[in-house]
Design a protein around this ligand. Structure first.
Ligand SMILES: C[S@@+](CC[C@H](N)C(=O)[O-])C[C@H]1O[C@@H](n2cnc3c(N)ncnc32)[C@H](O)[C@@H]1O
Length: 283
């Protein structure tokens, strides 16, 4: 594997933040279920199709894609994190149509022109060079094939990020500002910018910001507790070396805000997801 995305590989494979995608797998899969539905509904995978799943993580989307294409189809999951691929292989052991590989999707030499569909739930926002990654993935697509990606939308419309970020900054201060388009969960917030990458890779793209509710999160207290395990508050606390007392205060503030939302039992987290649906023209 090349080392262009070495920092991301290190984060997802070896950091405490990455490890939480395994230890919290059930809760994250449940919470993010509606985002997977957004991808699958638009991808409309058919029996016998060949699918690439980019940044497949621990395999929730591989399982659903495998069900859709059946045993005559093929689903290749590519992820930069070896522990995630190990976990995905365990979860899909009974599905012969699934293969999972450790690969950097920006540079991996996918079989050219074979994939009917390339899908991703939240696995495409971390490339050092998204243009190069899109061009590389486009080479794997057959003429007429499609890509369907779901990514987080704007910060202001995603309280999952906004609320813990604001609470942590209010308590500890603002860390040095980073490029809002840099690799990270919100890197695809600008629909026009990302759409231009599809166009440059030769694809015709339709993109939309979809408002959904993330469920089930249990109660607001469960969502606030989760925000202290993954996401922006964790990064601010780590940057300033926040204490247990700081963490308790930040969680309490996050909970206070979440408790003002209309749906409390179960708690529904409003979210804005950018969904990209791109097609490689036949000729
Ligand atoms: C937010 S997680 C989402 C995982 C999974 N798609 C899900 O929805 O549960 C992002 C995933 O992208 C993977 N990833 C990041 N950069 C990558 C790259 N350059 N090539 C392949 N996978 C990558 C990470 O290892 C991680 O599994």
């Amino acid at each position: 594997m090349t080392d262009v995305n070495a920092k991301q590989a290190e984060y997802w494979a070896n950091s405490p933040g990455g490890a939480k995608w395994i230890t919290l797998e059930d809760r994250l899969d449940a919470a993010l279920g509606p985002v997977l539905e957004l991808v699958l509904e638009r991808a409309a995978l058919q029996p016998g199709e060949r699918v690439l799943d980019i940044g497949c993580g621990t395999g929730a989307s591989l399982i659903r894609a495998a069900e859709a294409v059946g045993e005559t189809g093929h689903v290749l999951g590519a992820d930069i994190s070896a522990p995630f691929v190990d976990r995905a292989r365990i979860r899909t052991a009974g599905l012969p149509q699934v293969e999972a590989i450790v690969a950097d999707a920006q540079t991996y030499d996918f079989e050219p022109g074979r994939a009917d569909a390339i899908i991703s739930r939240f696995g495409v926002m971390f490339f050092e060079d998204s243009r190069a990654a899109f061009a590389n993935m486009a080479r794997a697509l057959r003429p007429g094939g499609r890509m369907v990606f779901a990514a987080w939308g704007r910060l202001a419309n995603n309280p999952w990020f906004m609320v813990p970020h604001q609470a942590a900054v209010a308590r500890l201060g603002r860390p040095p500002s980073t490029d809002r388009n840099a690799p990270g969960p919100l890197a695809f917030h600008d629909i026009d910018r990302i759409s231009s990458f599809f166009a440059e890779a030769g694809l015709e793209v339709q993109a939309e910001a979809v408002s959904i509710g993330l469920t089930p999160m249990g109660l607001a207290s469960g969502a606030a507790a989760m925000c202290m395990k993954v996401g922006p508050a964790v990064r601010v606390i780590a940057h300033f070396g926040g204490s247990d007392e700081d963490e308790t205060a930040i969680e309490a503030e996050v909970l206070r805000v979440f408790q003002t939302y209309p749906s409390q039992d179960p708690f529904v987290m409003p979210a804005e997801i950018n969904r990209f649906h791109a097609t490689l023209p036949e000729s």
